[in-house]
Design a protein around this ligand. Structure first.
Ligand SMILES: NC(=O)c1ccc[n+]([C@@H]2O[C@H](COP(=O)([O-])OP(=O)(O)OC[C@H]3O[C@@H](n4cnc5c(N)ncnc54)[C@H](O)[C@@H]3O)[C@@H](O)[C@H]2O)c1
Length: 271
């Protein structure tokens, strides 16, 4: 899709925007006219991504697991731009561990970032999106939460990750219901990516090598390959725009077909 100006005048905050899917979202939203704030704990990388995108994109340090960090970034965003229209709750960590070998520390760390971070983001975004003013006469906005296919189906290995992403899926629907009930004009949807080629896979690449590791991940996608960060950014763009004005509380699966059924090739073509 070529760039448009359909988000001109709108302000977007992308958490975890220093890398991978978040950086792709920041690039695409900016290309479509949005003023973008990247919030991340990776200061150097986030600053570099913002510089590469150019004005009006900027970086702010944001630890999504910490409420005071949200207060700082949201106050700063509203002071600079006077509004927030789009929040992409994308920051997240992976990590492996079954129910038997996940420690309470791993569990709490994963949920602090992947779930508490989204909870705080939704709370702060709704408060900001309710603000009205010139050019924004009524509460309005779009929140997009990046869950995972691990929030749709269970996986034994990433126990804490799966639980956190499943909770994001239903938190999204609760937020959507609340905002609809209040007639806020704020929509909230979740996206469920399959395997996307980002640094989140670095631990696997380091263990088994990038080429053999990627071949393994490619093979579990019926479409034949893993996705690119822009594949998810395009879904975020859709949900962020008024083209999705009737879509709220929805889950958009972008997984190359993983969760849609049983792969024929798994059964040697017998099915
Ligand atoms: N890559 C995939 O295959 C895949 C699949 C499904 C879902 N996801 C989800 O997509 C999102 C983005 O992941 P990615 O693949 O781009 O990984 P990534 O590691 O490239 O990016 C994640 C970003 O989140 C940031 N982050 C981590 N903790 C943070 C915190 N406390 N506060 C603010 N920022 C923090 C990191 O610094 C990093 O920039 C995550 O929520 C992830 O769970 C990814």
């Amino acid at each position: 899709m070529s760039a448009s100006n359909e988000l001109t005048g709108q302000v977007a905050l992308v958490t975890g925007g220093a890398s991978g899917i978040g950086a792709a979202c920041a690039r695409l939203l900016a290309a479509h006219g949005a003023t973008v704030v990247i919030g991340d704990v990776q200061d150097d990388l986030g600053t570099a991504v913002a510089a590469e995108i150019g004005a009006p994109c900027s970086f702010r340090t944001l630890d999504v697991a910490r409420e005071p960090s949200w207060t700082t970034v949201m106050d700063d965003t509203l002071a600079r731009f006077g509004r927030l229209d789009i929040l992409v709750n994308n920051a997240g960590i992976a990590g492996s561990g079954t129910i038997e070998d996940t420690t309470i520390q791993m569990w709490e760390r994963t949920h602090a970032i992947n779930l508490d971070g989204v909870f705080l983001g939704c709370k702060f975004a709704i408060a900001a999106m309710k603000r009205t003013g010139p050019g924004k006469p009524a509460p309005k906005g779009a929140i997009v939460n990046i869950s995972s296919i691990a929030g749709i189906v269970g996986a034994a290995g990433p126990c804490a990750y799966t639980a956190s992403k499943g909770a994001v899926r239903l938190l999204t629907k609760s937020v959507a219901q609340h905002c609809a009930d209040k007639r806020y004009g704020i929509r909230c949807n979740s996206i469920h990516p399959g395997g996307i080629d980002t640094p989140i896979f670095n631990p696997l690449w380091q263990r088994v090598g990038r080429a053999p590791g990627k071949a393994l991940i490619d093979a579990i996608h019926p479409i034949g390959h893993m996705g690119e960060p822009d594949d998810i950014a395009q879904a975020v763009l859709y949900l962020a725009t008024d083209r999705a004005r009737f879509v709220t509380g929805a889950e958009l699966i972008a997984d190359g077909g993983i969760t849609s059924g049983i792969q024929r090739r798994t059964f040697g073509g017998a099915l």
